[in-house]
Design a protein around this ligand. Structure first.
Ligand SMILES: [Zn+2]
Length: 150
């Protein structure tokens, strides 16, 4: 029983940690289940369709279309300082949906349903564990890891 809990909590985390390594090299990766072919972004170690843990990484372009967006005025705890802010749901070109903040390259007045966007990962390495969040930017926007500056 305890062994089983340890397995589901710990193993998937270590398996997807390669994801951060890919990001640092400029590759946005999703996962594809080797058993049933189901794809996921962000990657998940355990397939949501067949629960297999047998997956491979597949690269995503980050190109996406806006499906829905909303401006948050009453921010949840921890985000009060940055409110109001705008978040959007995008359909990724390859597969899947992602919820992300709008980045600096797009002003609120430009936002239109169906507009083309680029999903840009932002990596924080000052924290003990690597964290990633995504912002929605103008097509063609690229990213760099702050740490790998000149
Ligand atoms: Zn599967």
């Amino acid at each position: 029983m305890f062994k089983w809990f340890g397995k589901v909590n710990f193993v998937p985390y270590t398996k997807v940690s390669d994801f951060a390594g890919y990001l640092k090299d400029g590759h946005l990766m999703g996962s594809r289940c080797k058993v049933c072919g189901s794809e996921s972004f962000p990657p998940r170690a355990d397939c949501s369709q067949c629960l297999s843990g047998n997956f491979e990484y597949t690269e995503y372009s980050g190109r996406a279309k806006l499906v829905s967006y909303t401006q948050i005025h009453a921010a949840p705890t921890g985000f009060e300082d940055v409110a109001p802010y705008t978040i959007g749901v995008v359909d990724l070109e390859e597969n899947g949906r992602l919820l992300a903040w709008f980045g600096d390259t797009i002003s609120d007045t430009e936002i239109r349903i169906g507009m083309e966007l680029q999903v840009v990962p932002r990596i924080f390495e000052e924290l003990q564990e690597i964290r990633v969040y995504y912002s929605l930017e103008k097509p063609g926007t690229t990213w760099s890891v702050a740490e790998s500056g000149p």
